[in-house]
Design a binder for this molecule. Structure first.
Ligand code: PHE
Length: 341
């Protein structure tokens, strides 16, 4: 048996030293030292050996085992070094290769337009507030004087989240929220997303508005016009004028639609103008004097307490400013479009 062990051992050391890969080495380890390996196979015959021979054979087997393990470790270390060197060589970094251009994100056109509008009003002393997009039907409708049978409440326009809960259809829902939470005077602008069931080139089911509300003693229609004229000049250019056309919104009286003169054509409208299509005017927002019923509902009372409100469509402003033909581009996530801003 000792001879057998010697034969196996010598052969093993040779094999191990010349093993050319880590996989091969592992195979050798199993075939030599494993449960069914060559050494174990020999030792299985130990039972047939006389008692005084046994320790010698055991010692010889252990010695071979030790030498095999030693050689195995040494060869393993060698092969690993070679593998590492090869890897480092293949992964060498060539610092002379031009780098890939890193991508840098920017703010979305809606974010930028919103910030710009807010800053303009902040300079006039308006505070920025916000309100929730999931709103009670009460604050979205009743509280701004839109009665139960009003067409705006139709399922086709409004997204209902549950009984009495809607996705706000305009930021005017923030008017009563604000007035109920603080005493007058109130001078706020409120930006945010609003939702209507509508989808074409100029309408999206989700879009953004900035609501404005100023309630104080003796606020007049001329204050409204002054604030909007300032906003129009700051946004579209110093030459731009505003005009108010009578219109109807349940929460204001009187109400108006507000146009700015075309910043492209100037004083003489050009029929081929892409911005105003030759009309010389651009409709940009709705506004009016706060309906007395709202002040009452807010619990506001005071001599000659009045106010004005306005609602600006942010997408509309961004489209006019940048000549964007289709509103849907803004929410397409198409980097070819977004990168232009
Ligand atoms: N809430 C109106 C809309 O969404 C805009 C508006 C706000 C009009 C405030 C008048 C006053 O169309």
């Amino acid at each position: 048996m000792i001879e057998k062990l010697d034969v196996i051992g010598k052969q093993a050391l040779e094999d191990l030293k010349s093993a050319s890969s880590l996989e091969l080495l592992e195979q050798l380890r199993v075939s030599l030292l494993g449960k069914k390996g060559a050494l174990s196979e020999v030792l299985k015959g130990l039972g047939a050996v006389s008692a005084d021979e046994r320790p010698k054979i055991g010692a010889a087997a252990n010695e071979w085992k030790r030498r095999i393990e030693e050689t195995l470790e040494a060869r393993k270390a060698q092969l690993e070094t070679v593998a590492l060197e090869a890897q480092l060589k293949s992964q060498r970094i060539d610092t002379s290769i031009p780098s890939r251009l890193s991508h840098r994100g920017t703010h979305h056109i809606i974010t930028r337009t919103t910030r710009r509008l807010l800053q303009t009003f902040q300079r006039l002393g308006f505070d920025v507030t916000t309100g929730p997009e999931v709103e009670t039907e009460f604050l979205n409708f009743e509280a701004v004087n839109i009665p139960k049978d009003h067409p705006a409440r139709d399922m086709q326009d409004t997204f209902f989240m549950g009984p009495g809960v809607v996705l706000r259809t305009h930021t005017s829902s923030v008017q009563m929220r604000t007035m109920r939470s603080r005493q007058w005077p109130v001078r706020i602008v409120c930006p945010g997303a609003v939702y209507r069931s509508d989808h074409d080139a100029t309408h999206s089911p989700m879009f953004h508005q900035v609501e404005g509300l100023w309630v104080d003693r003796g606020i007049k229609m001329s204050d409204l016009k002054g604030v909007l004229a300032f906003f129009a000049r700051e946004t579209f250019g110093p030459e731009v004028k505003v005009r108010l056309r009578p219109s109807y919104f349940p929460f204001v009286e009187p109400g108006a639609e507000v146009d700015v003169s075309c910043f492209q054509c100037g004083t003489k409208p050009v029929s081929t103008c892409k911005v105003c299509r030759g009309s010389g005017w651009l409709e940009i927002l709705g506004a009016g004097m706060v309906h007395p019923r709202l002040l009452e509902l807010a619990g506001y009372s005071g001599d000659d307490l009045t106010g004005f409100a306005f609602g600006i469509g942010i997408e509309r402003i961004a489209m006019i400013l940048h000549g964007v033909p289709d509103l849907r581009l803004m929410f397409s996530g198409d980097s070819r479009f977004l990168n232009q801003f």
